[in-house]
Design a protein around this ligand. Structure first.
Ligand SMILES: Nc1ncnc2c1ncn2[C@@H]1O[C@H](COP(=O)(O)OP(=O)(O)OP(=O)(O)O)[C@@H](O)[C@H]1O
Ligand SMILES: [Mg+2]
Length: 168
């Protein structure tokens, strides 16, 4: 399975999600090749060559979303780009869905954003990823959180995400 985790917005959690999903995949006995194609600061509405190539070469596309109103606007363009790639270049590409990252269930705004997105039939995934300082610690130790702290709340969330993606 070739999967691309795609969002041109910086800092939405692409690398964090990829590392943890890849770590779970290895625990499940899968062989994993991970490539981070997205350098810092790639925050333009511009589909760079290597990102485009990754989408053309992939079977699935997962879109992290940081529950921010600006990012929501960008999602429409982003989904449109993915649809264009599907129709022009890669009919086997499927959108896994949108995964909310740094989601705060008790805050009104992010909850409302996701409700509105669901009402518009955007493919928001069931699993939500919360926020934890442990993510930064895990980067500092160069170790995915799922390895560093197997019982952590976010480890369980990453596992739920992994299984939700497998069952789709
Ligand atoms: N769920 C989370 N809880 C706490 N911190 C998080 C979470 N997700 C991401 N972060 C932090 O946010 C920052 C950006 O995350 P990350 O590097 O994964 O994003 P990215 O989309 O890959 O960014 P870039 O576009 O710059 O490559 C990092 O400092 C990371 O530690
Ligand atoms: Mg990154």
């Amino acid at each position: 399975m070739r999967r691309v985790v795609y969002n041109w917005k910086g800092g939405v959690g692409k690398s964090t999600i990829v590392c943890n999903l890849a770590a779970i995949a290895t625990q499940e006995g899968k062989r994993v090749l991970l490539e981070d194609l997205d350098p810092q600061g790639n925050s333009t509405h511009y589909l760079l060559g290597y990102t485009r190539s990754a989408l053309i070469a992939s079977e699935r596309c997962l879109i992290p979303f940081d529950c921010d109103a600006f990012s929501r606007q960008a999602l429409y363009t982003l989904l449109q780009q993915v649809r264009e790639i599907i129709s022009d270049h890669n009919p086997q590409l499927e959108v896994d869905g949108i995964v909310a990252n740094q989601f705060q269930p008790r805050a009104r705004l992010p909850r409302q954003l996701l409700e509105e997105m669901l009402a518009e039939e955007l493919p928001v995934l069931e699993t939500k990823l919360s926020s934890s300082i442990k993510i930064r610690e895990s980067h500092q130790h160069c170790k995915p959180l799922v390895f560093m702290d197997p019982q952590h709340k976010m480890t369980l969330e990453f596992r739920n995400l992994y299984h939700e993606l497998q069952s789709n």
